[in-house]
Design a protein around this ligand. Sequence first.
Ligand SMILES: *[C@@H]1O[C@H](CO)[C@@H](O)[C@H](O)[C@H]1NC(C)=O
Ligand SMILES: *[C@@H]1O[C@H](CO)[C@@H](O)[C@H](O)[C@H]1NC(C)=O
Ligand SMILES: *[C@@H]1O[C@H](CO)[C@@H](O)[C@H](O)[C@H]1NC(C)=O
Length: 247
Amino acid sequence: MFQRSSLIILCSLVALVYGRSLPSFIKPCKRNDPQLEKCLIELIEGIRSNLAKGIPEMRIPPLDPLHVPQVTLDQGSGSVNFQAKFKNIIASGAKNFNLTGVRLDFNVPSLSIDVGFPALRLDSDYNITGKVLVVPIKGNGKCQGNFTNVFASVKLLGKYDKRDGKTFLSVKERKINLKIGNLQIHFSNLFNGNKQLSESTNVFINENWRDILQEINPLVEDTIGEVMMQIIKGLLDLYSLEDLIPY
Ligand SMILES: *[C@@H]1O[C@H](CO)[C@@H](O)[C@H](O)[C@H]1NC(C)=O
Ligand SMILES: *[C@@H]1O[C@H](CO)[C@@H](O)[C@H](O)[C@H]1NC(C)=O
Ligand SMILES: *[C@@H]1O[C@H](CO)[C@@H](O)[C@H](O)[C@H]1NC(C)=O
């Protein structure tokens, strides 16, 4: 017992002085690598299965499937207006991501990530009431969606924080641009399970999802941006830039 706690104290001291070490399966990229972007892409693609399972020691939650307890979408005005609550969201398929760009600008500082997802599946409980284009929508039950050829471009702008002589990046602003190739979605139990209304509303949504999504795009981008930022923020709070991308 004594030995164990001494070891923990020793490790904490070492961490304080030398920084937090990365898990052994991560070979960090060097700051002065002339091909830093390529190195970062290969690094992240190389730990694909670890990212899917989650890396607790780096505060990275399991990303595939990713569990999001709750998302509230409150779209107040326009031709699409509704209040929706999605609970127990499970997003799967993210591990097949295709990283096309990772840019770090140490001057700003900023971090940009371009990533494609060939197929994402979302399962959740929903509760919605409102109007989509000309059609009213109301119900609660299970919602299931298939997204294909999703492309997200995320840019995080931050500032440097000095802590214990190390440089941490704290995120101040995020920008996200989202493109969805195709979407199939199904809300079960709309209108208290009224079969005909439920069916016709689902057909309408699937035929018009592009127009509907266009109306609520800022809201959707903001929501997805927040989820992605929370994940990256956890990592950046824990590791200094010297630890992540050593000189
Ligand atoms: C990833 O995306 C790039 C750019 O869109 C494309 O050239 C490449 O073929 C894709 N790779 C995979 C494995 O899908
Ligand atoms: C759905 O939301 C409405 C309005 O917020 C609420 O009154 C209702 O209880 C909710 N229904 C369920 C099943 O959660
Ligand atoms: C999504 O894809 C799964 C498996 O390919 C399929 O079973 C399901 O019906 C699809 N969902 C929708 C809403 O089309």
